[in-house]
Design a binder for this molecule. Structure first.
Ligand code: C5P
Length: 221
């Protein structure tokens, strides 16, 4: 582990709780957090809003000018946006543009942070292959759909659980089976199954793993 900074990489399918854990990790260890799925969601939002304008030069401009505050916008949360994100993220050229910005934040987080924590689909082997700690966070698909349904219900009262389950399964299919940067668990990623874990229990488990790693490399952060 580098003495100056710590890099944590997380990959996971939709709804497994990776984002929640990544935020908790980042707050606790003062790491810069990047939810990489939000970048694909932002592009998906632009595509759905104005499909005719959505070409490579438009995407390049948008990616270059991305403001981190834009990624927190609630407009990126709906199911359709997540699904569209899983379609555009199969495109090699788009991924190339998005990879650059992810790597920039991963390796050069803004001043004041002790390092970075990124979550997504290809973080452990493509964006941060040399991360200090790698996690693959997953859960049973029905539990994942149930959690996502509860979140989405707050935004859209008419949403139905079976539709969310169907959409998560389709998204899993897109993410695991695509040729470019598929979702996978690398051999050096620690598996965390959140099916039967509360948020707190899961975070305590993750903290133990990170603290052990920090201790073993006698790093202070
Ligand atoms: O994580 P989230 O569900 O917001 O991601 C939306 C979609 O963006 C995913 O289903 C996936 O297709 C894509 N994505 C990706 N690579 C990443 C992060 C997200 O392909 N690193």
């Amino acid at each position: 582990m580098n003495k100056k900074s710590i890099k944590i990489a997380i990959d996971s399918p939709a709804g497994a709780g990776a984002g929640t854990q990544a935020k908790l990790i980042s707050q606790y260890y003062n790491l810069f957090y990047l939810d990489t799925g939000k970048i694909y969601r932002l592009l998906a939002y632009y595509k759905l809003k104005n499909p005719k304008k959505f070409n490579l030069s438009f995407i390049r401009k948008k990616v270059k000018k991305i403001k981190l505050s834009e990624l927190n916008n609630k407009k990126l949360l709906p199911n359709e946006i997540g699904f569209e994100a899983s379609i555009i993220s199969k495109n090699k050229k788009i991924r190339g543009l998005v990879d650059k910005i992810q790597k920039k934040y991963a390796y050069k987080p803004p001043k004041g942070f002790n390092g970075s924590c990124l979550d997504g689909r290809d973080i452990t082997y493509n964006i941060l292959p040399d991360a200090d700690i790698k996690f693959f966070i997953t859960a049973n698909v029905k539990i994942r759909a149930r959690r996502r349904y509860k979140e989405l219900k707050l935004l859209n009262k008419n949403i139905k659980y079976p539709d969310v389950l169907k959409s998560i399964k389709k998204r899993d299919n897109n993410d695991y089976k695509r040729k470019i940067s598929p979702l996978k668990r690398t051999s050096d990623s620690i598996l965390i199954n959140t099916t039967n874990l509360t948020i707190n229990k899961c975070f305590n488990l993750i903290k133990k793993i990170i603290n052990k790693k920090i201790k073993s490399t006698s790093k202070t952060i």
